[in-house]
Design a protein around this ligand. Structure first.
Ligand SMILES: Nc1ncnc2c1ncn2[C@@H]1O[C@H](COP(=O)(O)OP(=O)(O)OP(=O)(O)O)[C@@H](O)[C@H]1O
Ligand SMILES: [Mg+2]
Length: 256
């Protein structure tokens, strides 16, 4: 069965005196348990597409369904970690990670324990009573991730979760996120500008071209890389070849 089906999406943003077509003719499918990346230049519509998949924006044309249900009718089955971390500064780490559960009225003792376990796994046990301003950027990103995972979504979407981090923190978090998602068998979509990150984390990579955003090419990550942790994948001999071919395609796109 198809898990996530994106079919014939067009999207135009209308304002009083302008119309911007952000996406044109996007169709793709994601299998259950698969990890895919959306890669492409700034402005090609990646965030728009995630917001459509999350059911937050209704597309001008086309449909998105998760397990054959239209996404705008779903409740709480899609976890969306936004491009900025959006932790609430006046709430403690504990309040922040339980927020999604509270809003959806599904906070139970068991779910609270699950969220605390995730926090522990992310190396943040003991930080529950602290506030976001007391944490580093990488720690805040981990808290945001725990908050997203705490509602146990069927599909997880991450919009450039590592882009504001230093390289070392980013590499460590890539391994941690990849390991956590594999453990829970989650289906995930990662948005990134970083070719290396896309290769290291994904099973498949969808490359988008801008103005309007179209699906330019799909890359299958070689089997040898899929089963490695991201850090190891970056050091594997099969890595540079795929990097080069994606790099070339990106140059083609940008030369147009
Ligand atoms: N709310 C909005 N109203 C009008 N136009 C918008 C809106 N949001 C995005 N756009 C336009 O839609 C296009 C796609 O934007 P989007 O944010 O989806 O791109 P992106 O690929 O996520 O870019 P980045 O990599 O910089 O985050 C851009 O041309 C942008 O100006
Ligand atoms: Mg974006």
């Amino acid at each position: 069965m198809v898990f996530l089906k994106i079919d014939g999406i067009h999207h135009t943003y209308f304002t009083k005196n302008s119309a911007t077509t952000a996406l044109s003719d996007i169709s793709l499918e994601v299998r259950e348990g698969e990890f895919v990346s959306f890669l492409g230049p700034s402005g090609c519509g990646k965030t728009t597409l995630l917001s459509i998949i999350a059911g937050l924006i209704r597309p001008t044309e086309g449909t998105v369904s998760l397990e054959n249900q239209p996404v705008h009718k779903l409740n709480n089955q899609i976890g969306y970690m936004l491009q900025q971390d959006y932790l609430f500064p006046w709430k403690s780490i504990k309040e922040n990670i339980l927020l999604g559960l509270k809003i959806s009225n599904s906070l139970t003792e068991e779910k609270e324990q699950y969220a605390f376990n995730l926090l522990e796994q992310m190396g943040l046990g003991g930080f529950e009573t602290q506030y976001p301003s007391q944490l580093s950027g990488g720690m805040r990103q981990r808290v945001a991730l725990v908050r997203t995972l705490a509602t146990e979504p069927k599909l997880l979407m991450l919009d450039e979760p590592f882009s504001a981090l230093d390289f070392q923190t980013k590499l460590k978090l890539e391994d941690l996120v990849s390991d956590t998602l594999k453990t829970f068998g989650k289906t995930a979509i990662l948005v990134t500008h970083d070719i290396g990150e896309a290769i290291a984390m994904s099973d498949r990579i969808f490359l988008f071209s801008p103005r309007p955003g179209r699906l330019h090419k799909t890359f299958e990550v070689p089997e040898q890389l899929k089963n490695l942790a991201p850090f190891q994948a970056r050091n594997h001999e099969a890595y540079p070849e795929l990097f080069q071919s994606i790099w070339k395609e990106l140059e083609n796109i940008e030369a147009k």
